[in-house]
Ligand binder design. Structure first.
Ligand SMILES: Cc1cc2nc3c(=O)[nH]c(=O)nc-3n(C[C@H](O)[C@H](O)[C@H](O)COP(=O)(O)O)c2cc1C
Length: 385
C-alpha cells in the first residue's frame, strides 16, 4: 500500500469524530498538497465555500461555518432598493421557509439530491441585511472566513433605462457596512429569473450581462470586485457560452445556478445540473480572457470538485451537500459543514486528497517545489484553452 493511502485511511477514520479546522495545513504537511483556491481574486486556504441561499441568513450560521473551516460564504441574495425603499425586483423578496431535501433522477438515470423550495430572495429589511453584512465583516477580519454579500439589482427590458437609484442606494449602503476597499460582491441571475418572462429574450439577457458590472462599479463609492452568478437560461449550450462572453466585465463568474422546472415552477439540481454545467465549461476554446471561474451545482464529492477544477474553476460553492440527512455523511460527529468538508477532502476514494494523488499517479498533475497544487488544475485548463 502506498504510504499516502494508509495515512488517508487513518485521517478519514479519525476525522469522522472531529475535523480539525486547520485541515489545509495538515494536508500540506502530511501529503505535500497545497489546497489553496481562489475566489474573487482572494486566495483562500482551500476551494470549498458555501453558495448564497437559505444557509447564510444569520450570524449563527456564519459562526458555525467559520468554526468548521469553510473557505468562504456568500450571503443570501438581497433585493436592491432605492432610498425610498422601492424595489423593482420586489417579486423576488417573498417569504417562504419550508425546504424539502429530495432525491431526483436525472435524464441519464442517475439519482442525486435536490432541494425543493418556492422562495426567492432575502425577505427581511435592508437594515437587517446590513447587520448581517457587518457580522460577516467582523468574522472575515477576526476568523479569516471570507464573507461576501449577494444582490439582485433591477434588470430592465431592452430600451428601458436601468434604475440607477437602486444600484446607487443598495451598493452605497453595503459599502458603508463593509467599510474597507475593495467591496466584494456577487450579483445573482437566479433560476427563477430564468423562468420569468423577463428572461425570454436572449438579446435582453446579453445586454444585462454586458451592462451590469459597469452599473455596479459606477454606483459604488469604493472599488468593487464583482462575481456574476450566471443562470442556466432556458436556451441551448451555445447561449450559455454567449452569456459567459458577455459577462467579461465581471471579476469572476459563478457557473451556473440551478435549472428551472417549468412544470413544477421550481428550481432543481442533481446530476442534470452538473452534467449541463460541466458540458458547457468543458467547451474547447472557451477560457482565454474569461474572468476567474467558480463552480456550483451537484458537488457532493472531491471528485466532482476536480471535475469543475479541470474545466477552469478555482473554487466551488455548495448548497445541497450542506443539507443532506446526517446518515448520508461518513462523519459521525460535527456540524453539517464539518461533515461535508470531511467527506469532500478526506474520503479515501473520492475525496480531494485521493483524487489529486490519483492524478499524480496517472501523470496528469506534477509536483512543483515538491507539492501538488490544487490551483494547477484550473491553470492547466486555462493554458490548454
Ligand atoms: C434553497 C435554495 C436557495 C437558494 N438561494 C439562492 C440565492 O438566494 N441566491 C443565489 O445566488 N443562489 C441561491 N441558491 C443556489 C445555490 O447557492 C447553489 O449555487 C445551487 O443550489 C447549486 O449548488 P448545489 O447543487 O450544491 O445546491 C439557492 C439554492 C437553494 C437550494
Amino acid at each position: 500500500m502506498a504510504p499516502h493511502t494508509a495515512a488517508l485511511e487513518r485521517d478519514f477514520q479519525r476525522f469522522q469524530r472531529e475535523l480539525p479546522r486547520d485541515f489545509p495545513d495538515h494536508v500540506r504537511l502530511t501529503y505535500r498538497i497545497d489546497l489553496t483556491g481562489r475566489y474573487l481574486g482572494e486566495r483562500v486556504p482551500h476551494p470549498i465555500g458555501k453558495g448564497s441561499g437559505q444557509l447564510s441568513l444569520n450570524a449563527g450560521q456564519l459562526e458555525d461555518d467559520a468554526a468548521a473551516g469553510l473557505a468562504f460564504v456568500v450571503l443570501k441574495t438581497v433585493i436592491a432598493q432605492d432610498e425610498t425603499g422601492a424595489q423593482s425586483m420586489a417579486a423576488w423578496a417573498i417569504h417562504e421557509t419550508k425546504m424539502q431535501v429530495e432525491r431526483r433522477r436525472s435524464a441519464t438515470g442517475r439519482t442525486g439530491w435536490t432541494v425543493t423550495w418556492k422562495g426567492r430572495g432575502w425577505d427581511r429589511s435592508l437594515e437587517e441585511y446590513l447587520a448581517l453584512v457587518r457580522a460577516g465583516r467582523d468574522l472575515t477580519r477576526a476568523e479569516g472566513l471570507l464573507v461576501v454579500p449577494s444582490v439582485k439589482y433591477h434588470l430592465p427590458r431592452l430600451g428601458e433605462p436601468f434604475r440607477e437609484s437602486e444600484y446607487r442606494h443598495t451598493t452605497g449602503r453595503l459599502a458603508e457596512a463593509w467599510r474597507d476597499a475593495p467591496l466584494l460582491l456577487e450579483k445573482d441571475f437566479s433560476p427563477t429569473l430564468a423562468g420569468d418572462r423577463l428572461a425570454e429574450d436572449r438579446a435582453q439577457i446579453v445586454h444585462w450581462l454586458r451592462e451590469v458590472p459597469e452599473r455596479i462599479r459606477a454606483a459604488a463609492p469604493l472599488p468593487v470586485r464583482l462575481a456574476l452568478k450566471l443562470m442556466n437560461a432556458r436556451f441551448d449550450d451555445d447561449f450559455q457560452l454567449e452569456m459567459m462572453q458577455a459577462a467579461r466585465g465581471a471579476d469572476a463568474l459563478v457557473c451556473f445556478n440551478r435549472l428551472f422546472d417549468e412544470q413544477r415552477g421550481v428550481a432543481y439540481g442533481g446530476w442534470d445540473l452538473s452534467d449541463r454545467n460541466l458540458r458547457v465549461l468543458g467547451t474547447p476554446g472557451l477560457r482565454p480572457g474569461l474572468p476567474g471561474l467558480v463552480g456550483t451545482g451537484n458537488i457532493c464529492s472531491g471528485r466532482m470538485i476536480m471535475d469543475y477544477a479541470r474545466r477552469g474553476c478555482e473554487s466551488i460553492q455548495l448548497h445541497t451537500f450542506l443539507q443532506l440527512p446526517l446518515s448520508e455523511y461518513p462523519a459521525t460527529h460535527g456540524s453539517r459543514a464539518q461533515r461535508a468538508l470531511h467527506a469532500l477532502v478526506f474520503h479515501p476514494q473520492d475525496g480531494l486528497v485521493a483524487v489529486l494523488l490519483e492524478l499524480e499517479a496517472l501523470g496528469r498533475l506534477e509536483r512543483r517545489g515538491g507539492e501538488l497544487h490544487f490551483l494547477d488544475l484550473a491553470a492547466d485548463a486555462h493554458r490548454s484553452g
